[in-house]
Design a protein around this ligand. Sequence first.
Ligand code: ZN
Length: 386
Amino acid sequence: MKRLLPILLTLGVVSLGMVAAQQLPPGQIMPRPAEGRQPEFPQPGIREYHPRSTLVVPEHKVPKAKFPVIDFHHHPPRSMTVQDVNEVGDAMAPLNLGLMINANATSSDRLKPAMDAIAASRYKGKMVMFTGLDLRNVGPGSGQKIAAQLEADIKAGALGVGELMKSFGLTIKKADGTRLHIDDPELDPVWETAARLKIPVFMHTADPAEFFQPLDYNNERWLELAIYPDRRYQDRSRFPSFEELMAERDRLIARHPNTIWVLAHMGWHANDLARLGKIFDAHPNVYGELGAVLYDIGRQPHTAHDFFVKYQDRIIFGKDSFQPDEYPYYWRVFETNDEYFDYYRDYHAFWKLYGIGLPDTVLKKIYYANALRITPNLPRAGFPAN
Ligand SMILES: [Zn+2]
C-alpha cells in the first residue's frame, strides 16, 4: 500500500489534469487551489483592467529614428491638397522621416493633381506617388488594358504600384460575377509590365489569420473583431479562407519571378516568421513591409532579431495609418533592447513589446536602403550613401 499510494495519487492528478485541461487557460497545467473560487468584486471588462507594471528596467524612448526613414506605406488624406501635403511634411522632420510613398492606390486621373500638390507644397521631393489599378469587372482583354494604363501612369511620374488593397482576392468581382482570384491569368500582362518597367508592386493580401477564424474567447483578435464588423471574414459563403488567399498569392509570385513583389504587413506572417522566411528563400523577388505588425515583431525579440539580421535585404519599413505619435514605438522596437513596454492600441495586442536591438547596418537597410534599391527614381537626397 505504501508503494501503491504515490502511484494512485499520480494517476489521480494526471486524470484530473486531463479532465480539467479543456477548461484551463493555456499554460496552466493543473487546477490551482483557488479554482472555482470567484472574485469577491465585480470583474473588470476586457478594456478596463490595466495593471500598472512594477517592473523597473532601463528605458530608452526613441522620438526620432537614428537614420532617415522612407515610409513605404503612407496614407495621406485622399484629398491630397497642398495643405494636406504640408501637414504631413511638418510631422516628418521631428521623426526623421525623409520620404513618404503615397500608397493610396491613386487613380490615373488623380495622379497629376496629386503630383502638382506635392510640387507646390513646402515638401517638394519628400513625397512620391504610386499608382492604383482598377481591378473591378475584369474580363477578357482587361489585363492588356490595365497594363497599358499602368505604363502610362509610370510615364506620367508614378514610381510603383500600390497599394493593391485587401479587396483584391477578398471581395472584388470579375465581370462574370465570380470572385477575382489573385492569380487570375487575365492579369498576367499587368505583372509582366511591372517587371519590364522594374517597378515594385506593393500588395496587401487578406488580413490577420485570426480575422478568418471563429470569433470565440480563444481568438487573439476577439476585441478588434468585436469592435469592427467589417473585419469578420468567417462566413465562407462570402469570403475565401486565409489559406486560399495565401495559396493564390504564392502561385502569383511563383509565376512572375521577375516582378518585384512587396508584401504589405509582412504578408500577415509576422506571427510566423519561419513561414515568411520560406517565401523569401524560394522567391528572391519578394520583400516584406512592416506596416501595422509591430505587435508581432515586438513580442518575439529573439526570433525577430535573428530574422531581421538574416533577411536584412528583404525587409522594408512602412507604417500604414499616419499617426505621427505612433512612429516612435517602431523606432524603440527596432533600435533598443528595452523590455516589456506598452503598445499603443489595445485591440491589436493586449501584450507588451520588447526591443529587438538591430545593428546600424540592418537599420539603414530596412529604414531606406532596401526601398531605394528596389524602387528606381526615388529621390535619394538626404539618405546616406552607405
Ligand atoms: Zn495600406
